[in-house]
Design a protein around this ligand. Structure first.
Ligand code: UDP
Length: 250
């Protein structure tokens, strides 16, 4: 079902954003398109949009119940979310609990090393530049946000990591790393935005020690491991097992 949405505002790799009946809200359509390596690798994965929308909605509701401010309002259909309209800060905030991915490609740090306290990495969100890793000094030079807002983002990202880790652990899932985006609503409030899904998190099955079989996230697509949607569905099943159905947007 497609809700009665307004004009298309923006189309990204995994989502489309449309106007809503209220000026401070948007409809977000989660697409089945999968991309990796800055969209050099592409596929259509039936069911991915629905699964990511439902996982994101449940995770946003869990975080909101713990006091985290997010753009999430409700779900309008199985792959449609309603959110507060935000000006997204062009920053990808990555939190790492276990070393893998780009961290191990760019440094001699061993894959699988536990990182404590967790590592916070900032990337400048710009596909044409390949989303470069930023130093704090470069981030300040870019002048995207004020110093106090940067401190608040660091605090929120750390809190979100603490909450998500505990939640996933209770589902026998390991939160390896993930990417967050933040934005400001029309009242200038800082909100967690975008999505939290197996497209943006690395999640391993705690009950499986096999280095490839335990992967339940987008690395299955990146590394051609197969059963991508099935793995995403497994995460959704575990999340839904302990949460109520995401609230419907009327
Ligand atoms: N990530 C993301 N979008 C990006 C880059 C990274 O959602 O554009 C997520 C990715 O899925 C992983 C975490 O951020 O959970 C860290 O990714 P990493 O820096 O290791 O990059 P990758 O190895 O995916 O290139």
């Amino acid at each position: 079902m497609t809700p009665d949405h307004g004009q298309l505002i923006y189309e990204g790799k995994a989502k489309r954003i449309y106007r809503c009946d209220l000026p401070d809200r948007v409809f977000i359509e989660f697409k089945n398109d999968a991309t990796a390596f800055n969209a050099l690798k592409r596929a259509e994965l039936a069911g991915k949009g629905r699964i990511n929308c439902q996982i994101s909605a449940s995770l946003f509701e869990m975080l909101q119940s713990k006091g985290v401010l997010t753009h999430y309002v409700g779900v309008a259909a199985e792959n449609w979310m309603v959110a507060q309209s935000v000006d997204v800060i062009p920053l990808e905030v990555v939190v790492r609990n276990i070393a893998t991915g780009s961290l191990c490609k760019q440094t001699p740090i061993n894959h699988g090393m536990e990182i404590f306290p967790p590592l916070l990495d900032f990337y400048y969100k710009d596909d044409s530049l390949g989303d470069p890793l930023l130093t704090k000094a470069r981030l300040r030079l870019l002048d995207l946000i004020e110093e106090s807002q940067l401190k608040e983002i660091e605090k929120q990202a750390t809190l979100i990591n603490d909450l998500l880790r505990v939640f996933f652990d209770s589902l026998d899932l390991i939160l390896v790393d993930f990417k967050l985006e933040f934005g400001f609503n029309d009242q200038g409030k800082l909100l967690l935005a975008d999505e939290i899904s197996p497209d943006t998190c690395r999640i391993w099955d705690k009950t499986n020690n096999h280095p490839q079989d335990r992967i339940l996230d987008k690395d299955r697509f990146r590394k051609d491991l197969g059963e991508v949607v099935e793995s995403y569905e497994e995460i959704l099943k575990r999340v839904q097992g302990v949460t109520s159905k995401p609230r419907n947007y009327k």
